[in-house]
Write a protein that binds this ligand. Structure first.
Ligand SMILES: [Fe+2]
Ligand SMILES: [Fe+2]
Length: 313
């Protein structure tokens, strides 16, 4: 990829400016916030949509301190009906992101995969005592910097996906080459002013860093970040390395669990079981992707089919 003139990373991002999918606008515009099911509808949608989730959390943050609303559901309870009104009214000025290319759809699929994989890993490694709702939300938001950059450079997902990155590290390199900064820099700068719960700031800012960058005393954040890192690696494998063999996937799992991991390596789990978890979650993420109403994932970008091939090789 050629280095071209760089676009400065924004230092402050107002959450109202974050781009959302068309389904967010159509759902919210047709929603009667006084209806009993409006809470459930918004929660379901925010669990699919990182930018909507951030907006809900941000409204909860302006209603008081972080304590007591550290998951999406609790944030929704905190904002109440007046907060729902605010979410709806703010959408009239929101940027709309319509994923049409393989790269754009792949980026959305990645958000869902990392959220769902993080949740499953938290449930599977129950001895680590990670709240699976927090793990899901951290996975959903970890790459929010990529969406902020989309707002500035609309073709950025396509430019990055056409590079030859094959793991999170090479993705960062490709971004820095193309734009002069990575999505981590954009995301961490932006979330600094959003007053999100600490574990979410940690996931956005540190999901590509060694855990020792985080405070030793914040065990919860360190565990959540590690789970998100592992989910990120697995999702990138499913999206970018699906033509490789089952051995390559087992190698990745072994490498992470035995060498890079701090918390997961203390857990006993056979790589085969983890691979099965990956296969199931990838299939479920494609189902959930359909709920975004941006059309199916085309065959060329079909990780579920690809992972199935890896396992039946
Ligand atoms: Fe990332
Ligand atoms: Fe990621």
């Amino acid at each position: 990829m050629n280095t071209r003139s760089t676009t400065p990373a924004p230092s402050r991002v107002h959450t109202a400016e974050l781009p959302v999918l068309p389904i967010v606008i159509t759902t919210l515009m047709s929603m009667d916030v006084n209806d009993e099911d409006s809470f459930t509808k918004l929660l379901k949608l925010a669990r699919l949509e990182p930018c909507l989730a951030v907006k809900v959390l941000r409204i909860a943050a302006t209603a008081g301190t972080v304590r007591g609303w550290d998951t999406l559901e609790k944030a929704m309870i905190r904002i109440g009906v007046s907060g729902l009104h605010r979410v709806v009214s703010e959408q009239s000025s929101a940027q709309i992101f319509v994923p049409t290319t393989l790269a754009e759809k792949g980026m959305w699929l990645h958000f869902l995969q990392v959220a769902m994989l993080s949740e499953r890993l938290a449930q599977t490694f129950s001895q680590l005592r990670i709240d699976s709702d927090k793990a899901y939300l951290a996975g959903l938001l970890h790459d929010v910097g990529r969406l902020i950059r989309y707002e500035i450079i609309a073709h950025s997902p396509n430019e990055i996906e056409s590079s030859d990155y094959h793991n999170p590290e090479t993705l960062l390199h490709a971004e820095t080459q193309a734009f002069g900064h990575s999505h981590v820099k954009i995301g961490s700068d932006a979330c600094g002013s959003w007053s999100l719960p600490g574990y979410l700031n940690a996931a956005i800012a540190h999901h590509h860093n060694a855990l020792n960058k985080l405070s030793k005393h914040d065990i919860e954040s360190r565990r959540i970040v590690e789970v998100v890192q592992f989910a990120d690696e697995l999702s990138v494998f499913a999206l970018r390395r699906f033509s490789e063999s089952a051995e390559a996937l087992h190698e990745l799992i072994q490498g992470f669990m035995s060498e890079r991991s701090v918390f997961l390596k203390t857990q006993k789990l056979k790589p085969g079981l983890l691979a099965e978890l990956l296969k199931q979650t990838i299939e479920q993420s494609e189902q959930r992707f359909l709920d975004l109403s941006v059309g199916p994932v085309k065959q060329k970008l079909s990780p579920a089919a690809a992972v199935h091939r890896v396992f039946s090789a």
